[in-house]
Ligand binder design. Structure first.
Ligand code: C2E
Ligand code: MG
Ligand code: MG
Ligand code: MG
Length: 288
């Protein structure tokens, strides 16, 4: 990015060099300010989780939810996770933030169970630095114990690039988590560089087709081929397969036709605050 800015600056002439230097400074300051804010976000109670239903395509029933993080910044309002997770990852605050997410998601799953809402598998996104934490497995065990939640109701979502950095370390850690009864899934599948040979060694229960392949599914024969290949790969490896970012009936119909097991997306529901989940499930039961 800095390279691109310098290139533009050179192209535009000497006067503009200063302008672009200022622009870069502003974004660095902005970045540092956000990082500083993130460091205090947990203590200042600025983080919230919203939950997006995951639907079984055959039955149309919600079987789980994905916890998605929201940061309500005191001055900036809502900051999107795509904007702040990379900063938290870079600064290291992701470890504390990730721990908060994990504990809160487990507590919420337990609250729904206590309220008599159908038991739901809650998925939590785990970032690379959090995964590398020596104490990850212990932290997960603590979060489950403190919440009084059985491990089978928790799933962790990791990305391909995360597990492919150090395959053996990832396999070992994932086997430990799997041994506790926790589900593991690969998020954004198809966007990273998975070694198919390594893939079969991971104790993965689910692949998630990235939404970039779902978006143009109705028109793009390439995306159709990719989606079908991921569905078939998942099934050959005895995994379930879920599509993210499903927004239209056409996309749903295509995925259903080719045997995709589950879906998640605005077609069914946007991510919602936890208090909206019981009504959402009740509406579904009434419709069935
Ligand atoms: P992700 O885990 O792949 O989550 C899917 C993203 O797609 C979410 O964006 C979700 O709101 C959005 N989405 C869901 N349905 C649709 C749809 O039908 N159409 C479109 N266009 N988008 C849809 P969100 O909530 O902004 O999160 C973005 C990313 O931030 C997540 O991608 C995940 O990588 C990361 N993230 C979110 N929460 C956490 C967290 O607690 N910890 C970590 N480490 N990462 C998180
Ligand atoms: Mg995810
Ligand atoms: Mg995803
Ligand atoms: Mg994604």
């Amino acid at each position: 990015n800095a390279d691109a800015a310098m290139y533009r600056a050179k192209e535009l002439g000497k006067n503009n060099v200063q302008f672009y230097a200022q622009e870069m400074n502003a974004s660095l300051e902005e970045k540092l300010a956000l990082m500083e804010g993130l460091r205090k976000a947990v203590d200042n109670d600025e983080l919230r989780l919203v939950y997006q239903p995951k639907v079984d395509l055959a039955s149309g029933q919600v079987f789980g939810v994905e916890a998605l993080l929201r940061w309500h910044h005191p001055e900036r309002g809502m900051v999107r996770p795509d904007h702040f997770i990379p900063l938290a990852e870079e600064s290291g605050s992701i470890v504390a933030i990730g721990e908060w997410v994990l504990r809160e998601a487990c507590r919420q799953a337990r609250r729904w169970q206590d309220a008599g809402v159908a038991p739901l598998v809650v998925s939590v996104n785990v970032s690379p630095r959090q995964f590398d934490d020596r104490r990850l497995v212990a932290r997960v065990a603590d979060a489950l114990r403190d919440a009084g939640l059985a491990a089978r109701w928790l799933e962790l979502e990791v990305t391909e690039s995360l597990i492919m950095r150090d395959v053996q370390q990832a396999i070992d850690k994932m086997r430990e988590l799997e041994g506790m009864g926790i589900g593991l899934s690969i998020d954004d599948f198809g966007t990273g560089y998975s070694s198919l040979a390594a893939l079969k060694s991971f104790p993965i229960s689910r692949l998630k087709i990235d939404k970039s392949f779902v978006r143009d599914l109705a028109h793009s024969s390439d995306d159709q081929a990719i989606a079908r290949a991921i569905i078939s790969l998942s099934h050959q490896l005895q995994m379930r397969v879920i599509a993210e970012g499903v927004e239209t009936e056409q996309q749903r119909a295509f995925l259903a036709q080719y045997g995709c097991d589950e879906m998640q997306g605005y077609l069914f529901s946007k991510p919602v605050p936890p208090e909206d989940i019981p009504a959402l499930l009740a509406r579904q039961d009434a419709a069935a």
